[in-house]
Each structure stands twice: as C-alpha cells, then as structure tokens.
Write a protein that binds this ligand. Structure first.
Ligand code: ADP
Ligand code: ZN
Ligand code: ZN
Length: 671
C-alpha cells in the first residue's frame, strides 16, 4: 500500500480490541494536534462504540485514505498518563504473550480510567511520604550480606533469588532494601500472592514506613483503586504492595521490585491475558534498569535454573531466626492402619499428644466440603456434574452437592436417582468432614476450620487469624489458605492429610508443587521457641519423592527434579506454549485443532514440536469441550515467531467458527 506523505498529524491509538495493530486517528476538531503526547488517553469512536484508547505513537503519515480517518472525539488527559517506559512494558507484554496492545492496555488501566464519560481528573489527596521508623533488630550475617549486595545494585538491573526457609528473615531483608530505595527517593513495588493472607507482612510494612504504603487489594472500590493507582503514578506513594496485577502499577521513579513467594501459582493469570507477574517483574526490572528480588523458601525450578545459568544471583538465608529450628518430618503409613474416616488412628494419637503439651495443631487438607464423592451403595451410581467431567462435592453445612469447577449446585438426593436405593455413601474427606471427625474425637478442644466456605464474609478471615493468635483455638483445619504467608508461632504440629491425591496427579509440575506445598505448610510449624513436627499421612510411604524430600530437603529434591526435566525436555529446559480451544461440540473442536495442527506443521520451524490435539485433563467443563495443542522448543526465539504464524492460522479459521481459542505462553499446567 502507498504511504500517504502529508503534513497532517496522525495519532496511532491502541483501542480495546483484539486487532493486532494500532489505529490511525486525526486530532480532535479544532486542533492541529499540538500538545498531544504519547501516553495520553483519548476517547475515540470505534465501530459503534465510544472507547478509551491510548496514544502510542504520533506520526505524519498513514497507509489509509486521509479523508476516511476519524477524528479523536476528546482528549482525556492533560499530561501523559502512561510514561514512555510504561508503554515499552506494554509493547513487551503484547509481543511476549501475543495479545494486542489495546487488550493489554485495557487489562492494565483501572476501570474508571477506561470510562469515556469520565473526563475530569480527580485530585486525590496525596499522603505525605511516610516517616521511617527505625528498626532495632540486629541483622544476622546472611541478612547483612544479602542487603549489602542488593543495595549496591540499586540503579542497575540485576535479578536476585533470595532463598531462605520460612522464618529465616526474608521479610526483614525486603524491608531494608526497600528502605534504601525509598531513602534514595525511589519507589518500591512488592508483589505478594494474596493480600488477605499476608496481614502480618502488610502490618510490618505500614509500621515501618507509616503512611507511605499503598496496598492494592480486591476489596478496593473503583475510586479507591484509582486513587492508589494515581498516587503510584505521580510518585506520591513510595511503596506499593499488591497481588499479581500490581505488576502493572505505573511508577514515576521506580527503584526496586520484590516478589515474595515467587514460586506461588497465583502470580500466573489463568484467564484472558495469561501473564506471569513473576516473569514480568524481571522483564520490567530490565526495562527500568532496577534490581528485582525474588524471594521464596521453595524457589521455582525456573528460578533455580536461572541461578545455575548465571542469570540470577543467589542470596541464601540458611538458618531460621533465633531459637527456631527446622521441623522434623514423619511419615504416617496408612496401610493396614485403623482409620477413622480417612484419618489414621496413629495420627490422632500424635495430635492428642501435642494438644496435651499445650501446642497448636494445624491439619492441612487440600479439599473443601464434606466429601468429594457421593455413591450409591447398591448400584454404584455417582453424583457427577451435568456440565463438567467432575464429581460433585457434598457440602453438609450448605446442604447441597456442588461442582468446584463450574459452580453448579443441587440439593442432596434422598435416594439413588438410578436405582432408587436409599443407601447413598459419602466417600472421602474434605475439610468439613475432618472438622466433624476431630470435634467428635477431641470434644473439649477448641477448633476452627479455615477455607473459602468459612471465610467468605468480610473480615471473617482477619477475625479468625486474630483469634488464633490470641490462642483461642488449639486445632486449625484448613486448605491452602493456611499454607501461605501467615505465621503461627504456637503451632507445634502440622498434619498433611491427602498427600496421595497429589502424588497421583500426572501433570509434569505436580511433584514440584507438592514438594513446595509440603515445605510451605511445614514452615508454619515451630517458628518460635517450640520445635515443630510434620506428619505426612500416605498409602505410599516408599514414594521416592516423599523420601527424598524428607531425607535430603528441598534443595536436593530440586536437583533431582531438574535432571528429570532435562531428560524429558520440559521447562525450564524447553519452552512451551498451549493452544486451547473449546466449544459445545466435541467433534468440531477436535477438527478445528487438527486443521490448525496440520497447517502449522507445514510452516513452523523444523525444531518446533507440536503435539495434539489432546483433551484437557477435564475435557468437559461448564458445558464446553476443551482440547489443546502443545508446542515445544528449546529456543524461545524460534518458538515465538512460530506462535505468530500459528496465530495467523487461528485467526483466519477461528474467527469464522464457533470455537473459542486461547494461547497460553509458558503454561503452568498442561490442562
Ligand atoms: P521470613 O520472611 O523469611 O519468613 P521474617 O523476616 O518474617 O522471615 O522473620 C521471622 C521473624 O524473625 C519475624 O518475627 C522477624 O521480625 C524476626 N527477625 C527477622 N530478622 C531478625 C533478626 N535479625 N533478629 C531478630 N529477629 C529477626
Ligand atoms: Zn443406585
Ligand atoms: Zn461443573
């Protein structure tokens, strides 16, 4: 196409749509375009809608017929809202995850800034940067070493892996290096897996930095979110703490990025723009030329691999602070032991011993509800979800059968819908049932259950956590919520009930995640003067993963795991991408992906492998059939252009069909 050379200013705008290119607009009525700057928001008409777009470039030529270009309806900002560096980050995200700039921008801007009717910029009162309250802790040698090295890198890009068991003083390191950045007039961004699971961490930061901390959490109203966002963007908030999406907080003068519990799965967004906030933290650090600290007691294999490759610098905190020692591990062999509804009697004995000694006991189970299976004793009928390839979970408190995958719920049948028999058995255990069993067994011991069902209402989690600290409970039963972040100094025993469920999972990352989970839950025990004991209840006491983890620790486990990954050519040695497709008709989805696969094979690089189509582990979910193609290459710079080619195919045939498709770069699970 001929390029029109003209003296006219053309604005290249990213609009919220999957179009891969920027759209050309003319300046608004009565303006020559002077004063318009890259990074400003504008209101434009797009299709039949008015949408908020962002100026990404200003040019004086267009490929299009000038007479047909539309004018911008209104300019929404007086100053650029997004800095050049931030736009660079948007380009990076768009390239890497293969999403249009417009979609990236709209998943990043707070809702109120995506509203075309909201022109006036509100002036939020800016909190004065906080006064720093000196900490009087005497740092240990490892902490001093880590802090010195990170501080020396302020102003440069370097990624650090801060590897330290729970309670080894990582948070103290974050505080000190963030303080150094703030004192130098810079801002710090701290990412955490879940805000409401980390109240102690936030309290420590607000205590240390008084008013200087802005926290992004899910309960902010749109106005509050906008206010926090603007405080960060204008440089008035020195410290920003938030979950995954906070990686997209604009910062006026970025100084350091810290990712706590970097191995945590919640850093990966699983819908829409499927980004990894951990990986983006590193990419952003590089763009901004600032240090990035990834901290964990159980670092991901990716990060350890990056240390081995010399890309990240390892800083280790080897000991727990003070008198606290590492917990000891025990395997409870369930085989031929007497069980009380799925809990070994021997384990109940241990719980009893710890309670009698005045300790708190944490019972961990990765499954909420009463029982994961309702079955007819007469004919073998099982209660399954109508819309998913999944069993319904029996919830006794809510008196229903619920699907944990699509949310469907129905009342509990009084008799078998298949044969009419009345004997329906609830098999297996969930947290509700464990609560019932333990209440029965320890009738006088105060006990609390912590899972999504008991903490749904506002403040309920905070209240329960407070009560645990005030020693109101001796037995704590819970799901992942108990494994993360929170410190329970009085816990002397941790029992992990359903290890076998994870041992049976065949995803290639399952063993890594199980090892992390076990170590994280174990890290909740014996943090203070009392030493902790961890009990793993299993029917597979000789499982090599359990034995190696317990005998040799997480580090050795990771080394073994990396060898296996290398042999199998899996991440971090190979790079993966998933093309997922779903539709109401199974055959259509299969045909769709087969066509994509056949066409792709003809044009992708010879070293890129393509597998599939294969069904997801749960093929039908919410009424949709889900299948996928897996792409693999050891070299990212070959895989990425191949993805561009495959996306062309997907767009050309996918957009005409009823099939929905998604691309997941660096998938966490293979579906
Ligand atoms: P992590 O983040 O690795 O779990 P924390 O930084 O939370 O560890 O430290 C655990 C506990 O030890 C906290 O109560 C913290 O205040 C305390 N602590 C950290 N460093 C020191 C130190 N050098 N001396 C004494 N106490 C410390
Ligand atoms: Zn039956
Ligand atoms: Zn379902």
């Amino acid at each position: 196409m001929l390029e029109n050379q003209i003296g006219q200013i053309i604005l290249k705008i990213a609009v919220p749509s999957p179009l891969e290119y920027l759209l050309d607009y003319l300046p608004p009525d009565g303006s020559s375009g002077e004063g318009l700057v890259v990074g400003m928001r504008v209101s434009v008409s797009f299709g039949r809608r008015q949408v908020v777009g962002v100026i990404f470039a200003i040019a004086n030529s267009t490929h299009f017929d000038l007479a047909k270009l539309k004018k911008i309806t209104a300019v929404l900002d007086e100053e650029p809202l997004l800095s050049a560096k931030f736009l660079e980050l948007m380009y990076w995200v768009s390239d890497y995850y293969h999403h249009s700039l417009g979609e990236v921008v709209s998943s990043v801007l707070p809702k109120l800034l995506r509203d075309t009717k909201r022109k006036k910029d509100e002036n939020f009162t800016l909190t004065a940067p906080g006064k720093i309250n000196e900490s009087h802790l005497r740092l240990n040698g490892d902490q001093c070493h880590a802090i010195d090295i990170i501080k020396n890198c302020l102003g440069y890009f370097q990624t650090f892996l801060l590897d330290g068991v729970t309670g080894s003083g990582k948070t103290e390191v974050y505080l000190r290096v963030i303080e150094a950045a703030v004192v130098a007039g810079k801002q710090a961004l701290l990412l955490v897996p879940e805000i409401n699971l980390t109240p102690q961490m936030i309290a420590r930061f607000t205590e240390h930095f008084s008013t200087g901390v802005v926290v992004f959490h899910s309960r902010l109203t749109p106005r509050e979110r906008l206010a926090s966002w603007q405080l960060a963007q204008r440089g008035a908030a020195p410290i920003i703490i938030g979950t995954r999406s906070a990686i997209f907080t604009p910062l006026k003068s970025p100084g350091i990025i810290v990712v706590d519990e970097e191995h945590d799965l919640s850093f990966k967004q699983q819908t829409g723009l499927k980004y990894s906030a951990r990986d983006l933290a590193v990419a952003r650090g590089k763009l901004e030329n600032i240090p990035v600290v990834l901290g964990s007691a159980t670092p991901s294999l990716e990060s350890i691999h990056n240390v081995k490759k010399g890309r990240y610098q390892l800083l280790s905190l080897v000991k727990r602070i003070g008198a606290a020692v590492q917990p000891t591990f025990h395997i409870v062999d369930m085989r031929s032991q007497k069980l009380k509804n799925g809990i070994a009697l021997g384990l109940l004995g241990e719980i009893n011993r710890h309670i009698n000694n005045g300790g708190q006991v944490l019972v961990f189970l990765n499954r909420r509800g009463f029982a994961p299976l309702l079955i007819c004793h007469h004919c073998g009928w099982t209660a399954n979800c109508r819309y998913c390839d999944a069993r319904l979970t029996l919830h006794q408190t809510k008196k229903h059968l619920g699907c944990h995958h699509c949310g469907m719920a129905m009342s509990i049948p009084s008799h078998c819908p298949h044969c009419g028999d009345e004997k329906l058995l609830a098999l297996g255990i969930g947290t509700e049932r464990v609560e019932e069993i333990l209440r029965e067994h320890f009738p006088t011991t105060p006990l609390v259950r912590i899972d999504r069902d008991t903490t749904r209402s506002k403040n309920s989690l905070e209240n329960i956590l407070g009560d645990i600290h005030d020693d109101k409970y001796q037995i704590l039963i819970g799901t992942q919520m108990l494994a993360k972040g929170h410190h329970f100094p009085k816990v002397t025993m941790v029992a992990i009930l359903n290890v076998d469920q994870s041992l049976g999972n065949c995803d290639f990352r399952a063993s890594e995640h199980l090892a992390q989970l076990i170590m994280q839950v174990a890290g909740r025990a014996g943090r203070a003067a009392m030493s902790g004991e961890v009990y793993l209840q299993t029917h597979m006491p000789d499982h090599p993963l359990l034995l190696s983890l317990i005998r040799d620790g997480y580090g050795k486990f990771v080394t073994n795991c990396l060898v296996e990954r290398e042999h199998a050519n899996l991440p971090p040695y190979a790079h993966l991408a998933l093309i997922q497709a779903e539709g109401k008709n199974q055959g259509e989805v299969d045909t769709f992906l087969s066509v994509v696969c056949d066409r792709a094979k003809k044009i992708i690089h010879t070293t890129t492998k393509i597998f599939g189509p294969v069904p997801n582990y749960m093929e039908r979910k919410g009424g949709y059939f889900r299948l996928q193609l897996l792409l693999q290459n050891n070299r990212r710079h070959i895989l990425q252009p191949d993805l561009v080619k495959i996306l062309d195919i997907l767009r050309s045939i996918g957009n005409k069909s009823r099939i929905k498709w998604y691309l997941d770069v660096d998938p966490l699970e293979l579906g």
